[in-house]
Design a protein around this ligand. Structure first.
Ligand SMILES: Cc1ncc(C[n+]2csc(CCOP(=O)(O)OP(=O)(O)O)c2C)c(N)n1
Ligand SMILES: [Mg+2]
Length: 305
């Protein structure tokens, strides 16, 4: 989180701090913000995702929006983590394997007290620890750097296997993209986790049916997706990935399941929350600027929980 005053981002913000700017842009004067409510946290993830990609001229806003409820339920309701002791040995481990949506992790960690929200203004900035893809270097609460797709599940398997060998009771959570499941390493680790019956490993697929610049169906078919995981020995649940109650119930069901690893296939909409970004290939890489930024901001404001 290095980077000091005088950088172009601060000048772009007309001298306002990030926090002042966001509070003014979204008129926070009337509504108390309770980050332990997953619907509120998901909304905060979206608004930071918008601000962070706007400020940095960064990409992947649609990927951030599609995973917002998944991350919010994890950070608000499921993970046993402590912002004051990010290295607490008995904590649960979370890996966002679709690391291009890193802003969703940074926003969650900041809003849950791991580091100041103000630090979010350094996302993507030269010299900043808050790199565009998730980085654990210098960022409290991040377990593992990702961005090169296909690495989160193999590492998650290793963590879960290690925990079992040490007779530890904590859980490992891995969040994957559906396009990411084209990677062979995902299926190698799926096979391994099934073989070892790693019931403290819980994966989630953000199943938005899109990857980069096309639909998954046109790129590499995944169906029958649920059945493939079952065939690899996994306990499979399927939920609406924007329904925070359904997600929370699914996580609890996975935690109490024994004998095999669990996966939640969460059906989502890429770009969820801003109508003109939803299911539009363009918004994988496009950065929100000008009238598009303003329109997105107004839509999010109108749907404040
Ligand atoms: C190994 C690897 N290959 C290619 C890329 C480039 N890339 C970044 S995002 C992306 C699409 C990912 O699609 P998906 O996993 O479905 O994530 P979504 O953005 O839809 O949530 C690709 C191919 C990458 N980051 N890593
Ligand atoms: Mg996808």
């Amino acid at each position: 989180m290095r980077k000091e005053a005088g950088d172009p981002i601060l000048e772009y913000r007309e001298g306002k701090t990030y926090t002042q700017w966001v509070h003014a842009a979204f008129d926070d004067t009337h509504t108390p913000i309770d980050t332990s409510d997953p619907r509120v946290l998901a909304w905060l993830i979206r608004r930071h995702g918008l601000e962070m990609t706007h400020l940095s001229r960064g990409s992947h806003i649609a990927s951030i929006f599609s995973v917002a409820e998944i991350m919010a339920v994890l950070y608000a309701r499921v993970l046993h983590v402590d912002p004051h002791r990010p290295d607490w040995p008995e904590r649960d481990r979370l890996i966002l394997s679709k690391g291009h949506a890193g802003a969703a992790v940074y926003a969650s960690l900041a809003e849950r007290g791991f580091f100041p929200v103000e630090a979010l203004r350094y996302h993507y900035a030269d010299g900043s620890h808050l790199s565009g893809h998730v980085s654990h270097r210098g960022v409290r609460g991040v377990e593992f750097s990702t961005g090169s797709l296909g690495h989160g599940l193999p590492v998650g398997c290793g963590l879960a296997l290690g925990a079992r060998m040490d007779h530890e009771d904590w859980y490992t959570y891995v969040v994957l993209g559906d396009g990411e499941c084209d990677e062979g390493s995902v299926w190698e680790s799926a096979l391994q986790a099934g073989h070892f019956g790693l019931d403290h490993l819980i994966a989630v697929v953000d199943h938005n049916h899109m990857q980069s610049l096309d639909f998954c169906e046109n790129t590499l078919k995944l169906e029958p997706f649920d059945q493939k995981w079952r065939d690899f020995g996994w306990h499979v649940l399927r939920v609406d990935g924007h329904d925070t109650d359904a997600l929370e119930a699914a996580f609890h069901a996975c935690k109490s399941h024994r004998g095999s690893p669990s996966i939640i296939i969460a059906d989502t909409v890429k770009g969820k929350g801003v109508s003109f970004m939803e299911n539009d290939i363009l918004w994988h890489y496009r950065t929100p600027q000008g009238e598009e930024y303003e329109a997105a901001r107004r839509e999010l404001e109108a749907h404040r929980p």
